[in-house]
Design a protein around this ligand. Structure first.
Ligand code: NAD
Length: 499
């Protein structure tokens, strides 16, 4: 299990960034304040104290940002730039982030309570995404000639226009990359609404873009604010040509409804309740270790996590004992401290949610195999919880609803047919995994999952080039990080001339 290598000492640029009295929004290449002067505070989840005050954009402010993105698109400096030049810009952005990687990682770690090394991985994720789409954009067939009788015909592909992005707090920078990377590579302009808990890395990114003059004004706009105001204003703006929402199914439904009314195509990346189906022929120690790492990674605040562990009957007791021992040894601590393996959850509300599900699960008859509960970390007044294991009927509320914390629900199964059936018995459909030394069985079971992703002898496997998306309550409208994603940001037009 990885641990942080960085101490709490902040990079001078990060200290200077955080010392600003007000963090403004980035619109049309300028730093702007909300028209009402409204602000909100951002808290370090590991310390429970304010680290920044951020402007809280209102509807008219968001609309102005969309107008700026629209004007920048129509101006054409970015949208009509030759694709090889645009790709070079994206590579320059990736390189600039890479040169500042520890700065971004410290900001991300402080802002969302992410263990520092995991934050490093997220920053690298955006860098890789920008590079992937910068290269892919050069390989797209922008004019595809069609062989049809009696006609000259082709499909041309152009950028759509302004694109909207609303993202959650669990992977702020990584998810910004998943959205902005393909949209920018295709020549679109963007308005990003970060989560109110974690707006800082996106604002630091804009600061870097502005300082190095990496993008024309209006191509990238970041509008921090509350979900019900700034988020709702992004969702409702009819000038967007594409919308992408990542977050909870409840809010995703609201965004999809308003996009539906405006006929704005929307992509939803939502929650999950992933299963790990563990067969009796696994190496118990190794598999338990990997699943414990998966559920404690970013304190279980991972949409595609393995939250239901289905274990074949014969090894159930041994497997659970192994998991209990490994979970007990997870070092819960401040996210920037040496040796920390699991940091806090993002805020007090999230901690109450995690603890509340343990209580509700027990009230419905489940057994706490490993108790969990609030954790305390010496000298830190943050939102810490202990990892927990809970077992019982899979109809239990803790087995059916997304908890979004370091809690796994355990249940035995008899045979392959039952393992697959239990894994699929959920409204969600994001990522499930199968664990066995029989690779034929693994392939069969992985394909039987009713989810966007089926993983073999691993969980949370996300690779550029492989589509990642959800079905059912986990999402719709296409996935991310694959060639299809780039196509989503290109508008096709068929051109036909009778001969
Ligand atoms: P959330 O739905 O509460 O918020 C997500 C974003 O929506 C935030 O920016 C928020 O400000 C905004 N928002 C809130 N109300 C809004 C409204 N009325 N209109 C428009 N925008 C609004 O989700 P969260 O709690 O920030 O994130 C956790 C959820 O995200 C979990 O369900 C998790 O599974 C999901 N998630 C999914 C993926 C994926 O790729 N499928 C990735 C990460 C997280």
């Amino acid at each position: 299990m990885s641990t942080t290598a960085a101490g709490p000492e902040l990079h001078t640029n990060v200290s200077a960034f955080l010392s600003q009295s007000l963090h403004k929004a980035y619109v049309n290449g300028q730093w702007v304040e909300a028209s009402t002067g409204a602000t909100f505070d951002v808290v370090d989840p590991g310390a429970g104290s304010r680290i920044a005050t951020v402007t809280s954009m209102q509807k008219e402010d968001v609309d102005a940002a969309v107008d700026a993105a629209d004007a920048a698109f129509n101006k054409g400096t970015w949208s009509k730039m030759p694709v090889n030049e645009r790709s070079a810009v994206l590579h320059r952005i990736a390189e600039a982030v890479e040169q500042r990687l520890p700065e971004f990682a410290q900001i991300e770690s402080l802002d969302c309570g992410k263990v520092y090394d995991q934050a490093v991985g997220d920053i690298q994720g955006l860098i890789n995404t920008f590079r992937y789409f910068a290269d892919l954009a050069q390989a797209v067939n922008y004019r595809n000639v069609l062989a049809v009788k009696g006609h000259e015909a082709w499909v041309a592909r152009h950028a759509w226009g302004p694109c909207g992005f609303i993202i959650p707090w669990n992977f702020p920078f990584l998810l910004a990359g998943w959205g902005l990377g393909p949209a920018l590579a295709a020549g679109n302009t963007c308005v990003l609404k970060p989560a109110e808990d974690t707006p800082l890395s996106a604002l630091y990114f804009c600061r870097m873009i502005q300082e190095l003059d990496l993008l024309p004004p209006g191509v990238l706009n970041v509008v921090p604010g509350e979900g019900e105001t700034a988020g709702a204003a992004v969702a409702a703006n009819p000038k967007f040509r594409r919308m992408s929402f990542t977050g909870s199914p409840e809010v995703g439904r609201l965004v999809a409804e308003v996009c539906g009314r405006n006929l704005v195509p929307v992509k939803l990346e939502l929650g999950g309740k992933g299963a790990a189906v563990v067969f009796e022929d696994v190496n118990i120690q190794e598999t338990a270790q990997k699943l414990v790492e998966a559920i404690t990674f970013h304190t279980g605040q991972v949409c595609c996590d393995a939250t239901r562990w289905l274990i074949q009957k014969d090894i159930y007791d041994n497997f659970v004992d192994e998991c209990i021992a490994k979970m007990k040894s997870v070092n819960v601590g401040y996210q920037m401290d040496e040796g920390t393996q699991m940091g806090p959850v993002v805020n007090q509300k999230q901690r109450e949610r995690v603890l509340g599900y343990l209580e509700k699960g027990v009230a419905e008859g489940a057994e706490l195999v490993l108790e969990g509960g609030a954790a305390s970390v010496t000298g830190r007044d943050g939102y810490f919880v202990k990892p927990a294991l809970i077992a019982g009927s899979l109809n239990n509320i803790a087995a059916r609803e997304e908890i979004f914390g370091p809690v796994a629900f355990l249940s035995p199964f008899e045979d392959e047919e039952e393992g697959v059936r239990l894994a699929n018995d959920t409204d969600y459909g994001l990522g499930n995994s199968v664990w066995s030394s029989d690779l034929s069985r693994c392939a069969r079971v992985a394909e039987s999952f009713e989810s966007g992703n089926g993983w073999i002898n691993a969980h949370n496997v996300i690779v550029h080039g492989v589509p990642y998306g959800g079905v059912g309550k986990s999402g719709m409208g296409g996935g991310v990080i694959s060639p299809e994603t780039l196509n989503d940001y290109l508008r096709p037009i068929s051109v036909v001339r009778p001969l």
